[in-house]
Design a protein around this ligand. Structure first.
Ligand code: NAD
Ligand code: TDX
Length: 331
């Protein structure tokens, strides 16, 4: 199979490409990535000899048409992905997440290429803390932020291209990922690298918000299950029953890194901050027989702490500028 992976130099995409080279050696991978502030070719260094890398923009119809025309399947990870950035400047989110996805869909339509669309549980909005409900494929879309609304828009484009043009597509909506190669702007790597630097972790608001954590490797085994066995036109929710509130995440990191459990700061809240996400992954588990490999969030977190400690050369170049942006926001 000739596989085009967009956003393969980002967090989840780079883990996906590395896992694909390890576990699907018959697949020829081409990565298309614009190398924005969030992309880093160094994240593909361990597999650089095994993949073709093209620096380019998913909203550039010419390069997209050429690469899609030479592929059997596309897995589309490329996106502007950080909520805080989307509140500051939404335009790159509209351009990449909406127009970029449109550009890819037109190319897969022209060339009759199989397409898998990577999306997020944030398209469903949020849940109350004391609500036993979880998101299911039937939950109505109700996104809160510029980021999640552009992801929701892109999902709707995919659904329409399936229905109107017969595009061979599947969609997955995953919960919060953690693991190696995640940008230091995101919650978990930010706090780990702060602690390495002797800086106290920063919790937005009261720290009560809940995220449903999944190890990035588990997200990617689920993506492969859908690419290989998913029903065309279907939406699969990906999650591993990993609900934890932010304060508990920080307390666990403090303990793993040998600090007192109250050595964090509460900072101003994110505007529109979603309260809780939770995924019901029944369809994925029952229909496709998927199960996560990581059974303990604490163990996965400990391995992630070890990775950031061992790979300071990878994250250090981005740390100062990231913290300078947070300082401007007062967070
Ligand atoms: P990321 O920000 O780490 O990586 C995004 C990658 O896309 C970068 O390499 C960047 O250079 C590239 N990119 C951005 N704009 C581009 C453009 N116009 N053309 C080509 N490449 C471009 O993001 P991530 O966390 O790895 O997320 C990947 C995907 O997974 C996104 O679609 C995101 O919505 C989705 N997702 C993420 C999470 C999570 O917890 N991180 C959870 C669910 C879904
Ligand atoms: O310093 C921080 N302190 C803090 O309390 C940061 C950076 C975040 N937070 C909170 C906000 C959220 O409740 O931690 C939680 C996680 O924050 P992020 O890492 O920014 O992730 P989130 O906004 O939940 O979105 C993530 O999961 C869904 C990804 O960034 C999205 O791309 C994905 O779609």
């Amino acid at each position: 199979m000739r596989l085009l992976v967009t956003g393969g130099a980002g967090f989840i995409g780079a883990n996906f490409v590395q896992q694909t080279v390890r576990e699907h050696p018959d697949v020829q991978v081409t990565v298309l990535d614009a190398l924005t502030y969030a992309g880093d070719e160094a994240s593909l260094a361990p597999v650089a000899d095994a993949v073709a890398f093209v620096q380019g923009d998913i909203a550039d119809a010419e390069v997209v048409d050429r690469l899609v025309g030479a592929a059997d399947a596309v897995v589309h990870f490329a996106a502007e992905s950080h909520n805080d950035n989307s509140l500051h400047d939404p335009w790159p989110f509209v351009r990449t997440n909406v127009i970029g996805t449109f550009t890819l869909l037109e190319a897969v339509r022209r060339h009759g290429v199989r397409y898998h669309h990577i999306s997020t549980d944030e398209v469903y909005g949020d849940l109350e803390l004391d609500d036993p409900a979880k998101f299911t494929p039937e939950t109505p879309y109700n996104p809160s932020s510029p980021y999640s609304s552009t992801k929701a828009s892109s999902d709707l484009l995919v659904r329409a291209w399936v229905r109107s043009f017969g595009v061979q597509a599947t969609i997955s909506n995953c919960s919060n990922n953690y693991g190696p190669y995640q940008h230091v702007e995101k919650f978990i790597p930010r706090q780990i690298t702060n602690l390495v630097d002797g800086v106290r972790p920063k919790l937005y608001g009261t720290g009560q918000n809940v995220r449903d954590w999944i190890h990035v490797e588990d997200h990617n085994t689920a993506v492969w299950a859908i690419v290989e066995r998913g029903r065309i036109g279907e939406t699969y929710l990906i999650g591993a029953d990993g609900e934890v509130d932010n304060k508990t995440v920080v307390e666990t990191l403090l303990e793993l890194m040998g600090q007192p459990s109250d050595a964090y700061d509460l900072v101003s809240d994110r505007p529109g901050h979603d309260l809780r996400y939770a995924i019901d992954a029944t369809r994925l588990r029952e229909e496709l027989g998927w199960a996560p490999r990581y059974s303990s969030f604490r163990d996965g977190l400990a391995a992630t702490v070890d990775w950031y400690r061992a790979n300071e050369a990878w994250w250090r170049p981005r740390k100062e500028a990231t913290e300078a942006r947070y300082a401007e926001l007062g967070r």
